[in-house]
Design a protein around this ligand. Structure first.
Ligand code: ZN
Length: 161
């Protein structure tokens, strides 16, 4: 997996780690994947995502030209949530997790399972506490129907600390 551009120095800082990550390298979907960071704000709505409450999100199953995929970032929400650099990295690794574990259905049970797998991917790279801190910061901003999921995600991470 390779980044086409950079955001907050993530691509530069984790280039070698990402290139050598056994999970990313053994997975057909991520092995040769090109990923682009794309800004989302009121002037730059992304047609592939209508998520209003997330600081980061991925283009999921949608492929752009050259098979590239995207990680969107919303600077307004990033500023509101006061995520620091490392917490943002944790959420970006979570989004990379979504390329490893694509959503199969809209079924809510499998949805939370995928979120847990993506948190685990991020946790294995950056450790529990930074992922927990990131989730605790976004918690007050998430839509009502996601509060239960975030609570469960934080609880599971705390059990692994
Ligand atoms: Zn997710």
């Amino acid at each position: 997996m390779r980044f086409i551009n950079d955001y907050l120095g993530f691509a530069t800082k984790f280039k070698v780690l990402i290139e050598n990550n056994p999970l990313l390298n053994s997975n057909e979907a991520t092995k040769n994947l090109l990923v682009r960071f794309q800004k989302r704000d009121n002037e730059h709505k992304l047609y592939w995502s209508d998520i209003e409450d997330a600081p980061f999100f991925s283009s999921g199953p949608i492929e752009f030209c050259n098979g590239e995929k995207r990680i969107g970032y919303n600077e307004t929400i990033i500023n509101e949530t006061r995520l620091d650099e490392t917490e943002q990295y944790a959420l970006i690794f979570h989004e990379i997790g979504h390329f490893l574990y694509p959503r199969q259905t809209q079924d809510k049970t499998s949805g939370i399972k995928i979120e847990l797998l993506c948190d685990e991917f991020s946790r294995q790279i950056l450790g529990s506490s930074v992922v927990i801190n990131a989730l605790e910061k976004i918690y007050p901003f998430v839509a009502e129907d996601k509060v239960a999921d975030i609570t469960e995600r934080i609880l599971i991470l705390k059990n692994k600390e």
